[in-house]
Design a protein around this ligand. Structure first.
Ligand code: UD1
Ligand code: UDP
Length: 373
């Protein structure tokens, strides 16, 4: 009998990382597929659904402007709980560590529906770093019946927490599946948004080097973001020929300081969030990436692009150990020093590494789900 997989997600990174499994499961006769989006993000989620060609079966449309963690959590638990009272999938599948993940896992638990956790086992062992994601993924890990760990390190974290080893499998990270798919698409038949960003880069950056920036972590709101923006101001003043290209996250706590401190600088370019293929094209073309993003830390090493991470700790140590990622914190003097070193003519080449998988994680996840009791 076919198993029904209910994929529940709500934000940009979850959409990117679940898309490869959803697309594969839809073509797989072992499964019925339901796609339920909480709409924790609106525009940034829709951008990804549109690129991957995924139309949700249910859209709870729960995002509110500048939403609180508690308000969003209660809306998601109630929304998913009501849904699971009227339909009973064999599996609810969640990905990562957002509010959608743990709230959907709790609602599935209340309805005694089995939970599969994709990208399980990431840990910093500091409950405020990142905030609130470290606790979100721990709760999801306590509830999950099957854990898809991206790496051996992530599996070991779960086993150390007494999760039965037979419930944990190392699959690689599905983000590499999405990345490979998108790199091939950009090469063979580039979508309109890729062409548009390439034209934009040609017109505004030309042959000059550019640094690609993203940032959105809650633990950096306030002083951390002031420091990040002050660093970019200082670095942009160093050399008018180096460009700083920043697609700004739609969270108002990010938009406000970034627009206030970085608008109207001639070599700093603030863009809207970019569709996935356009962002991948920019990762390819840039000199290096300055970010606090989880997904970007995983993608950039396999593109051979250096990443400076504006955080003091990471749940993704594999990239750091491979020499493909460096933690620089959020202090202005540290960010400026490390970026200057990257831009210096004496900067050493960084290794290309792919500690997060071979692009076949979704396939492994579906095989495990087909076998799972
Ligand atoms: C969320 C996740 C974070 C993840 C990030 C990926 C939580 C607590 N945080 O952070 O783990 O790394 O997404 O980007 O789950 N907004 C829009 N349009 C959008 C998206 C956001 O306007 O498409 C604005 C809204 O005002 C919204 C606010 O951003 O209320 C915050 O969104 P939220 O999902 O709560 O937090 P993020 O900072 O996006
Ligand atoms: N990304 C994108 N467009 C952008 C910025 C990021 O497609 O303008 C992609 C990026 O390649 C990665 C994901 O979004 O796959 C990361 O999302 P985000 O940084 O919002 O969340 P995190 O990974 O930190 O949870």
């Amino acid at each position: 009998m076919k198993k029904t997989l209910c994929f529940v997600f709500g934000t940009r990174p979850e959409a990117i990382k679940l898309a490869p499994a959803i697309l594969k499961a839809r073509d797989d006769e072992r499964f019925n597929v339901r796609v339920v989006v909480t709409g924790q993000h609106r525009e940034m989620l829709d951008q990804m659904l549109s690129f991957f060609g995924i139309k949700p079966d249910v859209d709870l449309a729960l995002m509110r402007p500048n939403q609180s963690l508690a308000g969003l959590t209660s809306r998601i638990i109630t929304g998913i709980d009501e849904l699971l009272q009227s339909e009973k999938p064999d599996w609810v599948l969640v990905q990562g560590d957002t509010t959608t993940v743990w709230a959907a896992a709790v609602a599935a638990f209340f309805n005694r529906v089995a939970v599969g956790h994709v990208e399980a086992g990431l840990r910093t062992d500091d409950k405020y770093q990142p905030f609130p994601e470290e606790i979100n993924r721990r709760i999801a890990g306590q509830i999950a019946d099957i854990h898809f760990a991206p790496t051996d390190w992530a599996r070991d974290n779960l086993v150390r927490e007494q999760i039965p080893a037979e419930r944990v499998s190392v699959t690689g990270n599905t983000v590499i599946d999405a990345l490979h798919w998108t790199v091939a698409r950009n090469k063979e038949n580039p979508p309109q948004e890729t062409k548009a960003i390439q034209d934009w880069l040609q017109a505004h950056v030309g042959a000059d080097p550019f640094v690609l920036i993203t940032g959105h972590r809650r633990e950096s709101f306030g002083a951390g973001f002031q420091n990040i923006c002050a660093s970019i101001q200082q670095l942009a003043a160093d050399d008018p020929k180096t460009h700083w290209v920043y697609p700004v996250h739609l969270n108002p706590n990010v938009q406000q300081p970034v627009k206030q401190m970085l608008a109207n600088l001639p070599n700093v370019h603030l863009l809207d969030p970019q569709s996935y293929p356009a962002f991948v094209a920019m990762m390819h073309a840039c000199k290096f990436i300055l970010t606090d993003s989880g997904g970007v830390q995983e993608e950039a090493p396999s593109l051979g692009k250096p990443v400076l991470v504006m955080r003091s700790t990471t749940e993704r140590p594999e990239g750091v150990q491979a020499g493909a990622v460096k933690l620089v914190g959020t202090k202005q003097e540290d960010i400026v020093r490390e970026c200057r070193a990257m831009l210096s003519p004496n900067a050493k080449a960084w290794p290309q590494a792919s500690p997060y998988g071979d692009g076949r994680a979704s396939e492994r996840i579906l095989d495990l789900l087909a076998e799972a009791k």
